[in-house]
Every structure is written in C-alpha cells, then in structure tokens.
Design a protein around this ligand. Structure first.
Ligand SMILES: CC(C)(COP(=O)(O)OP(=O)(O)OC[C@H]1O[C@@H](n2cnc3c(N)ncnc32)[C@H](O)[C@@H]1OP(=O)(O)O)[C@@H](O)C(=O)NCCC(=O)NCCS
Length: 166
C-alpha cells in the first residue's frame, strides 16, 4: 500500500467579523437556522440590543466563515449584561468542539471587558458544557420555554427581571 501525500488542514482562526464577512455570515445563519430564524424570541432582543462587535467572533478556515457567535449589550432589570446569539457552526465542521470554543472565546472577551454575565436562549444540554445554567428569574420579551433561558455569571450579581435595552 502506498501512502498518499496529503495537504495540511487549513488553520482555524477566530477573528472579529468585518463587513467583508457579512454575506458569508448571513448565508451560514440561514443554513443553520432555516426560515424560522427571525421568529425566535432572541431576534426580538436583538431588535433593541446594542451589537458588541468587540465581543463577537467568527471562525475562519482558509478565509471562509465556518462559525459565528454574536454578542449584544442589554440589561436584566438594572444590571447591564451581554446577550449571546446567534451561534452557528457550518454543518461539515460540527462536533469538533468549535461551537464550544466560540462560546468560550466570546465569554472570555466579555469577562475581560468587565461584563457581569452572559445570557442566551438555548438548549441547556449544550450550553451547560460551557458554564451556563437555567436563569429562572430572567424573562424574555416574548414567549419562550423558561428552561431555555440560560445565563453564565462572572460576578455575584442579581439576574432578576426582563431583558431590556441597556
Ligand atoms: C449548536 C452548534 C453551534 C454546535 O456546534 P459544534 O461545533 O458542533 O459544537 P461542539 O463541537 O462544541 O459540541 C458538539 C456537541 O454538542 C451537541 N449538541 C449540539 N447541539 C445541541 C443541542 N441543541 N442540544 C444538545 N446538544 C447539542 C452535539 O450533539 C455534540 O455532542 P457530542 O460531543 O456528545 O457529540 C451547531 O450544532 C449549530 O450550528 N447548530 C445549528 C444552530 C444552533 O442550533 N445554534 C444554537 C442556538 S442557541
């Protein structure tokens, strides 16, 4: 049996998104979430939240966007926090840890920036792996299963109240 030379896999880079990535990110989000994407309660949050590009990242492989995580500034009650989402990884790249890596990277950036907490709407089975737990006292601007409202705190702050504009 002869061994075939193979090309080294292109390195994965986590970088802040730029306007040049916008088209690829939109296409990835449409593939990942399908047509129901804009009916999610998280979209209602993003309508009033302030995008935080310095806390948001995309994963690039050979210049192609293969993952994205976006972060937004909001408040819960009077507490300023960060809202995470959308998070998506290209289907061919899943189950290699990239989703968790993107969340960790964005959370580390938020913590380094002095943010007290990150909240999101998602599956606890996935996000518990990266430090999130159900946030029972946080309410969303629309109907949602309360078991999907999650938070990860970096400080001992009360997370009680509605998610609203920062
Ligand atoms: C969720 C997502 C970002 C994970 O990306 P990823 O790169 O595969 O993540 P990781 O490799 O870090 O983790 C994969 C593990 O999470 C599990 N997982 C993925 N989505 C999950 C979910 N919704 N609920 C529970 N577990 C989930 C996978 O089965 C896998 O489990 P395993 O390690 O036991 O095989 C990716 O599946 C995706 O883009 N999904 C579509 C968009 C989406 O649902 N985004 C999250 C919205 S809140």
């Amino acid at each position: 049996m002869s061994l075939q030379p193979c090309r080294p896999a292109p390195a994965l880079i986590l970088a802040h998104e730029t306007p040049a990535h916008a088209t690829q990110i939109e296409a990835l989000l449409t593939r990942a979430f399908g047509p129901g994407r804009f009916s999610k309660v998280s979209e209602r949050v993003r309508e009033f939240a302030d995008f935080a590009p310095e806390l948001s990242f995309c994963a690039l492989e050979a210049g192609q966007v293969v993952g994205v995580v976006r972060m937004w500034r909001v408040s819960v009650g009077d507490q300023p926090i960060v809202f995470l989402g959308p998070l998506a990884v290209e289907e061919t790249e899943r189950k290699h840890g990239l989703g968790a890596q993107l969340v960790e990277h964005a959370c580390a950036a938020a913590q380094a920036a002095g943010e007290a907490a990150v909240a999101l709407v998602g599956d606890v089975a996935f996000f518990a792996r990266v430090g999130f737990a159900i946030a029972p006292d946080v309410s969303m601007p629309g109907p949602v299963d309360p078991k999907r409202v999650l938070a990860r705190t970096f400080a001992d702050v009360p997370l009680t109240g509605a998610v609203r504009a920062a």
